[in-house]
Design a protein around this ligand. Sequence first.
Ligand code: CU
Length: 783
Amino acid sequence: MLPTPLPLLALWLASTSSPVFAAATAGSFADAGSTLVSAMMMFLGNEEKVYIMDKAEGNPTQVKGHPAWGSVWDIKTHEAVPMDIKTNVFCASGMHLPNGSYATFGGNGAVGRGGAVGSQKTEWGSGIWDSEYQDFDGTKAIRVVNPCTSSDNFDAPTCQWFDDPSTLAMQKSRWYSTAEPLADGSMVLIGGFVNGGYINRNTPNIDPEFEGGAAENTYEFYPANGREAKPLQFLIKTSGLNAYAHSFLLPSGKMLVQANLSTMIWDYDSNVETPLPDMPNNVVRVYPASGAVAMLPLTPANNYNPTVLFCGGSDMNDYAWGNYSFPMIDTFNYPASRDCQRLTPEPADGSAAAYEADDDMLEGRTMSQFIMLPDGKMLVVNGGLNGTAGYSTATGETFSYGDMPWGMSLAAGPIGRPAIYDPNAPKGKRWSNAGLGTSNIARLYHSTAILLPDASVFIAGSNPNVDVNFTTIFPTEYRAEIFYPPYFAATTRPAPSGIPKTLSYGGDSFDITLPASSYSGSANAAAGNTTVSIVRSGFTTHALNMGQRYLQLNNTFTVNSDGTIVLHVAQAPNPFVFQPGPALFFVTVNGIPSIGKMVIVGNGQLGKQPQAAASVLPANVLLDSAKGTADGASVNGGQQNNQDNSPNGAKSNTGPIVGGVIGAIAVIGLLGALLGIFLARRRRAANRQMPTTSSSSYVMTAGGQGAAAGFTGAGARGVRSSDSSAFVPLQHDNHSQAWNASTASLTGPYRDDAAAASRGSGMVSMDYDPYASTPRVPVQNRY
Ligand SMILES: [Cu+2]
């Protein structure tokens, strides 16, 4: 029998007795342990911890006597521990709060095994609680957590999720809603389904506003502060393809919103919509087309005027998209889009906003996502060549689950190789995957990725299944990986000192010192090629990083005779350009980022942020004779020309290990080719059994043009015989009208007034306040 590649690599790595994560080779993927639950949603809590959420499902890992659907993963040890989440956080939205806490919004009703409605039901039949999985209804939940570190007691309630919809809840049920932060640290929650479904509409679509109670085409604020949920016409116009709408706060204080093929600028205060042009080429970018969408870096050079990049997704026709039940075509045979468009919603010259065709991606991608890297480039990672997000037991063309070629997955052709987009490269040269390795783990529906403080990228999840399934072709995935971008070729990382722990909006500049050992060669050149940036990695789910944003701070510099470079750095411009809350602070020299430090931007409070005049910076002071003392061998690693990037050129202080890994990868490549032939034969043979290991059950692709061909044949069949699905026909009554608003105050102490009041009556333990437990805003000091 053919051995599977993964054990071979594991065996080889074991024989070197090196920790797996010691081999931080530029362009490579490395094992990062287990997430314990499938990483459907994640965020970086602080410099130590990544918080992970899954839907309520039958994960073997238990917490408090039931399957876990939350965990926290440690960046140093690569180990996760389960965390208890009470409600079903299935496909929620999430966002940071100004003090560095995080909140998640909505989810699904309580479910039990196989996605069945929970054992305790409402009168209209949705799940309140399930006796086996012990999850509560999460449709209106607002869950808050204060990120803790290893020095905290994680078992203390102050480090655990606050999750009690009876005291803190949205006004409406929202599944697949969007959360976009506002300049005062509050946020707007947009749309969503009331219950489940593939897309948010019925056939025929005669009731686009309500869909008989299944669509929640409204928005609300958190904290609500007296503001009631209101209908959003844009969601009605984009009916069906309007979940997880793409939204970006703009410098004007208005918001770009994109869904289906429509685009608008929204004044959310007065609920006035200004239409912008439709998305060209019929490409849908929202779930379940799930294009990669992100705002390009905001820089002094572009005067902090945002441009949003939309890449990939699907140009399936309107009929093909189907309805709540499933798509009308076999999506897994339909190639995803390669199309990229740029949009500057508010052009500086006052001209009309217009989409501008950008370079096509190197391959079509669905469910790929952008990760903003500290060097100002954008990594696209995860996803598939064909199909869409979502899972189902049938389509309009394949009626029975037994005939579904990829189990419940509506996508196929997992892409293992990332690509990097350089927004500053000339048109025609913006995409490259040269030097980037290929993962052997499929990251399809419900996979995630997020930037870590060391500027690597944490990648996890994938579970196109209604419940845990280890035997289908695209199984429930717990294996995490770390991807090391090209700048990991550098032998020396900049080591800045004096980074403040908080940033203000305008006001006095601050100085950061870069020692001569941070760079090599001319100090003048290094200083001139240094950027200071804050990167908000966001809340990742469904190929989105909600709230992700990259801001380059304005700076000047003084070069000293001993080679130290003093950077004079401006504060953030204003809270519309970069909303209050946490971010990673990087200093990038010659394309090599420092290790990111977590900072809080703004005053850490909800409410109007203090603003001062823009920082005034001293003029540059250069000194021709000054030089850096770092080993210059590979300081240019992150600056490599895209076209010349080569994995073998990657230098590392773990040289022998690198050679070995590349050798092992070559062997894997050969095995992969053999495996491809093997699988092709196996697919031709009917009635063959599923392999027992997932790594041998699908073929990863490195992408590339035309790679979508070849995924049209019937693949292996899943072994589940159950016909249960999240996408069963819905009860079309809107039961989400009951008032249960957050009454959190925007002034004074940041807490939910109703929750605070109820604590006195014993509804919630007095010893736990989800907001005020730990001071998230440190006293003004420096790293
Ligand atoms: Cu989902």
